[in-house]
Design a protein around this ligand. Structure first.
Ligand code: NAP
Length: 317
């Protein structure tokens, strides 16, 4: 198949592009500013989604068999800073891309989030009532509804949870943020009472390409990892993996920090049925997700000098 991927320079989109190629499909990759994958496996052409006429022209020129929409303003803080622009990307362009796919007869996968829930009634099924607590969550929920209305068939909306993995810029996933904070001399504060059923970008990418190859699976689905973990416990295990003492983290609670960080869902976990019984992809355990984590290249010099337990040292990849 000829598969177009937006957000190809992002944490998830880059993993999806690698999986598309690994499974022998033809890839057309797009990012906002354009980007070359460091190992030369693919190039992402610039395709800003805030101006839609060039997007329509490009997709009609390419006429892909499937479109996987991974681009988004994906940080809740960035959305809160400029909600109007974020809505243009997260909702409006998401709807229009789904309309283009419907017109081209292309299979469409749209990525959404567990942040459409308030975290009070986990584990969530895809049919459960939503109640986003942030503007990011509200935008992602609006996008889901509009995408499902725009393309009635041959469309998947996939809600996913917090992603581990290796982002192209080394700054997006939990382990990259924690290690960068250490390198900057900070003590990351992590919540012991905020739980997520984390997955990895690699695992979600496998599922997404499987869904592209399985046109009988359509509609709204949930996907996550195998286990739930608190933010603090995840941080502790990340430090253990890379050979740092857990003393470098400060455990704190969401309850104590509510005034500073605002309302956040405390526990977001998913019921994976019915999807889990219909696909070959298996949810990843925390150990498997830890195993996939690399140290961001730009942190190596600092890492070599500052690792607490050299026995756990990770060589440069
Ligand atoms: N990461 C998570 O933990 C997580 C959890 C749940 C759901 N999700 C969802 O998963 C999807 C992928 O997230 P991610 O973490 O991979 O995101 P990410 O790493 O922040 O990457 C975002 C991608 O979107 C592109 N983009 C941003 N603004 C754009 C614009 N105006 N026009 C065109 N492209 C634009 C970026 O291109 P440039 O690099 O060129 O700017 C980049 O390729 C999103 O829908 C997100 O909401 C993510």
């Amino acid at each position: 198949m000829k598969i177009a991927v937006t957000g190809a320079s992002g944490l998830l989109g880059s993993a999806v592009c690698r999986e598309v190629l690994a499974r022998g499909h033809k890839l057309i990759a797009y990012a906002n500013r354009g980007w070359e994958e460091p190992k030369g496996r693919f190039r992402a052409s610039p395709l800003p989604l805030d101006e839609f006429d060039p997007v329509i022209r490009e997709l009609f020129d390419q006429w892909p068999d499937a479109l996987i929409h991974c681009a988004a303003i994906s940080s809740p803080d960035t959305v809160a800073q400029d909600p109007k622009f974020a809505r243009l990307i997260n909702v409006e362009s998401a709807r229009r891309l789904a309309e283009v796919s419907a017109h081209l007869g292309a299979r469409h996968v749209h990525i959404s989030t567990d942040m459409v829930f308030d975290g009070m009634s986990s584990p969530y099924r895809s049919t459960d009532p939503t109640n986003p607590l942030s503007e990011y969550g509200r935008q992602k929920l609006d996008a889901e509804k509009q995408v499902l209305q725009s393309a009635e068939q041959n469309v998947v909306v996939l809600r996913i949870t917090l992603l581990n993995g290796n982002s192209p810029r080394g700054n997006r996933s939990p382990h990259e943020r924690i290690l960068s904070a250490l390198a900057n001399g900070q003590t990351p504060e992590l919540f012991t009472d905020e739980y997520r059923q984390t997955s990895s970008a690699e695992n979600v990418a496998q599922l997404i390409v499987e869904l592209i190859e399985r046109p009988n699976l359509n509609g709204l689905f949930h996907w996550a990892g195998k286990e739930e973990v608190s933010r603090y416990e995840l941080g502790r295990r990340i430090l253990q993996r890379f050979g740092f003492s857990e003393e470098r983290l400060k455990p704190t609670t969401l309850e104590q920090s509510m005034e500073r960080v605002g309302a956040r869902p405390a526990r977001l976990t998913f019921e994976l049925a019915p999807l889990i019984s219909k696909v070959k992809t298996v949810p990843a355990t925390i150990d498997e997700q830890l195993e996939e984590m690399h140290l961001p290249l730009e942190l190596y010099d600092w890492y070599r000098k500052h690792v607490d337990y050299p026995g756990c040292y990770h060589p440069r990849l």
